[in-house]
Design a protein around this ligand. Structure first.
Ligand SMILES: NC(=O)c1ccc[n+]([C@@H]2O[C@H](COP(=O)([O-])OP(=O)(O)OC[C@H]3O[C@@H](n4cnc5c(N)ncnc54)[C@H](O)[C@@H]3O)[C@@H](O)[C@H]2O)c1
Length: 380
């Protein structure tokens, strides 16, 4: 049985096509309807490229789509909708489809404000709807391996966490001055109260949660606006206080010349440490105190079962971003299919609307901390 889904956004580039490929990896769902752009030509071109079979299910705007698709019944109904539009539209779009009892996958940041995010979480709970948020990097098999190592006590008690996400694309886009993708991100009316923290800081905040199970209780943030006339922060340094008084340091930057998507995660414990890098996503460095440096390799039989299940390649073959997306979709679809078929789902879980809300609260606490000249702020 294949699930049917629709997509809002995704025409002509951006992250939509990456989502699309992610959904294709496991053949669990099929693109059936969409509103890929508000521009008629781009909308139709995308539908043709992706092979929407019934073009009456291509819509000029998402409201018309929610109304028409919501009225369908039985096997013809959409199971879920994927939202890959700019940040200011997520809330309204998600709400419109949830009101038709259609499940949601939405890109991060979940919404514009904490209040909007909480409202989405409330509606999802009230209507018993699944709501996935695509914190992509949490989908890697080696992040799951890290989590299992930590849960099995291999690191002892966690003592310090360090995560970073440096990119250079914004520095480049500002010089080139021709990137629509950059421009909405720099407009507070479209991006929200934060730029780098919301755009990529949320990715590493959730990456830490996925690997360790920990979320910060307090943050102390300092935002840099570089170049100095930029309205929003392009570089963010965040000191985090995790449970048990564990310190974490997160750095996210979009003006880090020489870096593409150089995510790095390091977790130290009383007995050992792990290190993971996005550029070498299929390997996880592990060192036991006093022991030699070891590397776990994705898909190898010595990994934990939960990690092996997320690998589609043989050991030694590099994993990709599509797989990380695919794992979120695999899990989302598996839970949804299980629900439809009245059986227990696989145990791997996807980031949910509550994780999206926490991301918003995290960003908001960082914004407030920076606004008050960098003071400790609770994440609540
Ligand atoms: N998970 C990730 O790794 C990741 C990576 C990049 C972007 N994102 C997130 O994905 C979202 C989109 O980012 P992007 O880089 O793809 O942006 P983009 O500007 O490249 O693409 C946005 C798309 O949405 C369409 N669109 C805008 N408003 C619409 C509407 N009302 N109805 C239908 N279509 C509409 C545009 O035509 C375009 O195709 C953002 O929220 C961003 O934060 C997530």
């Amino acid at each position: 049985m294949k699930l049917k889904f629709g997509m809002i956004g995704g025409a002509g580039g951006g992250i939509g096509p990456v989502h699309m490929r992610g959904t294709l990896l496991d053949h669990k769902c099929e693109l059936t309807a969409g509103c890929f752009s508000r521009h008629e030509e781009k909308n139709r071109a995308q539908a043709e490229e992706w092979g929407i079979r019934d073009l009456t299910r291509l819509y000029p705007d998402y409201r018309a789509m929610a109304a028409a698709e919501g009225a369908r019944t039985g096997d013809d109904r959409l199971d879920f909708v994927v939202i890959v539009t700019p940040n200011d539209t997520h809330y309204e779009i998600a709400k419109a489809f949830m009101e038709q009892n259609i499940h949601i996958v939405c890109d991060k940041p979940l919404a514009f404000t904490v209040e909007e995010g909480e409202e989405l979480a409330r509606i999802a709970k009230e209507r018993n709807l699944l709501f996935g948020v695509t914190y992509t990097y949490s989908g890697y098999a080696m992040i799951r391996q890290a989590r299992e190592l930590i849960e099995h006590g291999e690191l002892g008690e966690i003592t310090y966490i360090n995560a970073e996400y440096p990119q250079e694309w914004l520095a480049l886009a500002l010089v080139q001055e021709n990137s629509a993708n950059a421009m909405w991100r720099l407009d507070p009316a479209r991006a929200g109260e934060s730029q780098a923290t919301a755009d990529i800081g949320t990715h590493i905040e959730y990456l830490v949660k996925a690997a360790t199970g920990l979320s910060p209780e307090r943050v102390l943030a300092r935002f840099d606006h570089i170049p100095r006339d930029l309205k929003m922060e392009s570089n963010t340094t965040i000191l985090c206080q995790y449970p048990n008084n564990v310190t974490g340091l997160l750095w996210a930057s979009q003006i880090a010349i020489g870096h593409e998507c150089d995510i790095k995660l390091r977790v130290f414990g009383t007995k050992g440490a792990i290190e993971w890098q996005h550029q070498d996503a299929g390997r996880l460095k592990f060192t036991r105190l006093g022991g030699p440096v070891q590397y776990y390799s994705a898909a190898s039989p010595y990994n934990y079962e939960e990690s092996i299940r997320l690998s589609r390649t043989n050991p030694g073959h590099p994993e990709g971003l599509f797989e990380a997306f695919g794992n979120i979709y695999r899990s989302f679809c598996e839970v949804l299919l299980a629900r439809k078929q009245g059986r227990e789902p696989e145990s791997f879980t996807f980031p949910t609307v509550e994780d999206g809300v926490r991301g918003l609260k995290f960003v908001h606490a960082c914004v407030e901390s920076d606004r008050r000249d960098s003071v400790w702020m609770p994440v609540e």
